[in-house]
Write a protein that binds this ligand. Structure first.
Ligand code: SF4
Ligand SMILES: [Zn+2]
Ligand SMILES: [Zn+2]
Length: 326
């Protein structure tokens, strides 16, 4: 296989575009694809401050890398989810990446801020881990962006992610989520940041190739809570289609964006947002879902402390009196 540009040996094949590239020309093509998406969808300009959500995985570090190389003002935001060694390694990868490039990285440590990690938040409120995690990410990315005056939040959702989410939303008939599924989600409230997905035209295997060719050191392990996730099943199903019909994911997602979503948008009612009475973040209720979750957790943690303190008291009294168990 030969590079379409220089006829040298190709290293990466892009089957859905019937093309292949050597290493340097693949990197050039990749960066041009991302820049075209940013400009075409008017995501941001070089004057804007972009907050990039970085997990330490390949897609988010690739996004941060390519935006910095293209000359955009990209600051990373990492959330330490408190998931044991996985979270520790993820944060270390983000810090090393930022250090090597002299880039700015912000970190929110969820266990330090809220007493427990996302698994604890879930356990204490009767949710599954991914639900508490998703809610925390949506809230904290938005809050940091608004509080620190960023123009936009960029996430690393790629074509595979978007096609799988779309398929899941179609199966579930989730019209509200379908209306919100777009590469640029405009702000509809002063406390709501714009959200963009600059990798929406890029396939997952292309971000993997970019990471390898650029020598990006990312966390290889998946989050332990991702095992058996439905999104992986949907991705597998789409990969099966893509194998025999290259371009299926692209057609599914791009046709949705161009032909289906505009119809849904005109038929849907805009959601009225107000400010959470506790934190001021946009919500449809009096108190936002994140405040409800973290306040419930704080109450449970306080009552645990009170119970364990009460249990310790008789022991202290008995040891003070010299009559402890033998
Ligand atoms: S798989 Fe892990 S990182 Fe992803 S949403 Fe679930 S808990 Fe969060
Ligand atoms: Zn070439
Ligand atoms: Zn709130």
């Amino acid at each position: 296989m030969r590079c379409t540009k220089c006829k040298g040996t190709a290293q990466v094949e892009v089957r859905r575009h019937h093309t292949a590239f050597c290493g340097p020309h693949f990197l050039e093509w990749f960066e041009a694809q991302v820049d075209r998406a940013v400009r075409r969808e008017r995501m941001f300009t070089p004057q804007d401050r972009v907050l990039v959500a970085v997990s330490g995985g390949k897609d988010s570090l690739v996004l941060w890398d390519v935006l910095l190389r293209l000359g955009y003002q990209a600051t990373g935001l990492h959330l330490n989810l408190g998931i044991g060694g996985y979270s520790q390694e993820s944060q270390e990868k983000c810090e090393a990446f930022a250090r090597d490039r002299g880039a700015e990285l912000l970190v929110v440590d969820i266990p330090a801020e809220y007493g427990v990690g996302v698994e604890g938040l879930a356990q204490l409120t009767g949710r599954v881990a991914c639900s508490a995690c998703g809610l925390s990410k949506r809230y904290l990315f938005n809050r940091v962006a608004v509080d620190r005056g960023f123009d936009v939040v960029a996430t690393a959702h790629n074509l595979d992610d978007e096609a799988a989410v779309l398929l899941g939303n179609l199966i579930a008939g989730n019209v509200d989520a379908l209306v919100r599924q777009t590469p640029v989600l405009e702000s509809t409230h002063p406390g709501l940041a714009r959200k963009v997905k600059p990798l929406y035209r890029i396939a997952e295997r292309e971000t993997a190739a970019y990471a390898v060719l650029r020598g990006i050191d990312y966390v290889l392990d998946e989050c332990p809570n991702s095992a058996g996730a439905r999104s992986l099943l949907l991705k597998e199903a789409l990969n099966l289609l893509e194998r025999d019909a290259p371009g299926t994911k692209q057609s599914l997602y791009w046709n949705f964006l161009e032909k289906v979503r505009p119809l849904l948008r005109t038929a849907s009612e805009p959601v009225a947002l107000r400010s959470c009475v506790h934190c001021g973040q946009p919500t449809t209720a009096e108190v936002c879902a994140f405040c409800r979750m973290t306040e419930r957790v704080a109450r449970k943690l306080q009552s645990r402390v009170a119970v364990s303190a009460a249990r310790r008291e008789p022991v202290a009294a008995s040891s003070g009196g010299g009559g402890g168990p033998a």
